[in-house]
Design a protein around this ligand. Sequence first.
Ligand code: ADP
Ligand code: MG
Length: 731
Amino acid sequence: MSRTTPSRFDALAAVKPSPARNGGGAPGAPKPKPIEQMFGENVFNLAEMRARLPKAAFKALMTTIEDGEPLDSGIAEAVAIAMRDWAIEKGATHYTHWFQPLTGATAEKHDSFIAPTGDGRAITQFNASELVQGEPDASSFPSGGLRATFEARGYTAWDPTSPAFILEGPGGAYLAIPTAFASWTGEALDQKTPLLRSIQALDEQTRRALKLFGVDAQRVQPTCGAEQEFFLVDEEFTYRRPDLINSGRTLFGAKPPRGQEMDDHYFGSIPERVLDCMNEVERELYRLGVPVTTRHNEVAPGQYEMAPIFEDANTAADHQQLTMNTLRNVARRYGLSCLLHEKPFAGVNGSGKHLNWSFASEHGNLLEPGETPHENVQFLFFCSAVLRAVERHQDLLRASIAHAGNDHRLGANEAPPSIISVFLGDQLTDVYEQIENAGEATESRQSGILGLGVDTLPQLPRHAGDRNRTSPFAFTGNKFEFRALGSSQSVSFPATVLNTIVAESVDEMTSAVEDAMEAGKDRQEAIRAVLADEVKSFKRVIFNGDGYSDEWVAEAEERGLLNLRSTMDALPHLVSEKNAETFGTYGVLTKRELESRHEIFVEQYFYTINIEGETAADMAETMLLPAAIRYLSELLQTAERAEDVGIEVKGVTKTIERVSALVDELREATDELVEQNAELGGDGVDEKAEHMRADIIPAMARVRSAADRLEKIVPDDLWPIPTYRDMLHVK
Ligand code: ADP
Ligand code: MG
């Protein structure tokens, strides 16, 4: 019989490194510029603005950027002219209002700087109104019922607190202006607007609280640094996998003989092609002013991580989006696909994102405990506010990271559990226990020196607490690390939630102290009483043990902590009365805005799994079943010939039985999946999403189970898609 091209083999052949897929980082290639010259060269940053703007305009703009004062609209014209001149010098031909719709990605619509002069020539033009406001056709961005398509208007509004930048492609460059995006009724349709509102709320409440400690602060800002995990896989493989193309994850694939058991990849030396690629990613990010700093191999084969130095939350969120975009784009120049999905491969570790979060005034980080935290009442106050916020809003934090991709990680034995708890470390836990038991803390356990037992090695100071990789929310010295985010998600909403709920706790604790003072207590006493009171209610959220253990699940239940296992369990909490009130009180999201987000998140869950279900059915029907049947046909021909010549071929008969049984199973499972795909589950988006969870996911699992067992017995040259073995280990 005729055999089709075994596409797996030409993929493997194509993967062989060739000069063309080596994007210029090869030894001997021209050396890039020194970092200091490169850093920020594509950013319209403060230095550039100072040099180019009239003095008065620059000063006015600075009060907005640095002190959070309202924007003086009179300066927009001067900024527009300076920005245009700068961008054109940089080779930009177009500008775009760059925004972050609720898809979690970024969006842009380009306009050129050209204005025809009527005599057949043109000049470049860009004025204040073009800088300040844009009107993209908003009808196809998700709005969760906030904007019917017949009233499709949406506006983008310049965010002067995040600098404009130049994006370069092979074909040219354009100016990107960070903007907020709202409906024409003023409702936020994006990630940035609520983030900015939450930053403002945290600023106001924290400055108020700082007065209790005699500190007069100009500005308080949340700070964020996001660690990004991702996979790099040769794109020859990904092109041959409809599941990776459509869903960003493999829907099929048997466990390879070599997974991550060897642990030899983690922190191992970075393969050369990958290092080249990362170097270029870093250069591009430096030029965009993104301070990426660390890079290393992650636990799974083919998995890596990159992290920046932290920045103010708004800039950090913009920069995180740029990081994801740059990773994806640059990877392709090296013949690699960057997979940002939370779980591209079953059976090996998935990818997360760690959101490191703190808040600081111009006087310093408010979560810096110092050497003797028990004496640092201001630190204890703000740290308590975070703990209190997490305890009260476990549900909201859980909902802020809930999406179909993250369901593969949370609660599985590799990622934080879906129970939100805080790792605080021994020292601080002890301080809080003292406060709880005695009303105040009188000592901080010290950790001393790490002696390595070799005279020539340096003596290292030991950190007061060990790390805990199993906690979803860990105190790591002078910041909290929210470790349960999905690798593909924007950090904006989780950061918005954190800012808002901490603002609320700071507000309520400050009021409690003020009330106690009014009732006659002195300030120190009042603060101490509030802390002692708060510890009692938030202590149940503190857990320093192994978050992956079954005992923790049982204990958390005893403590009354929530365990919202999946997206569909978590999302309803987003719109609870408690949470709507919190968002409303601090002016972060109105009830309608919150409800629209809920609807969009549910809809995204539905679409994601719907696409996976359809793709799995297609692949099973048109790729995997045919491969198995071809094999069966070969076996049957062999058996027939054997019978003709009168030889007994027991092995062949046995194989036929096995393959045939699996073909039956795959056939039935595929029929079932096709049938479920045709169902909708109901008219409403909630019912459709529920159908995905209850029916499509299990149906896909059955198809996969049969297909993965077939992969193990169908001849290698008949199996039509690259295997885990190929994708994870060929670098
Ligand atoms: P770790 O080894 O604890 O994960 P690092 O010190 O390398 O820590 O920090 C991890 C991330 O946390 C980095 O992106 C870093 O910039 C960020 N980070 C450090 N301090 C703060 C802070 N005060 N606020 C927010 N993020 C911070
Ligand atoms: Mg970390």
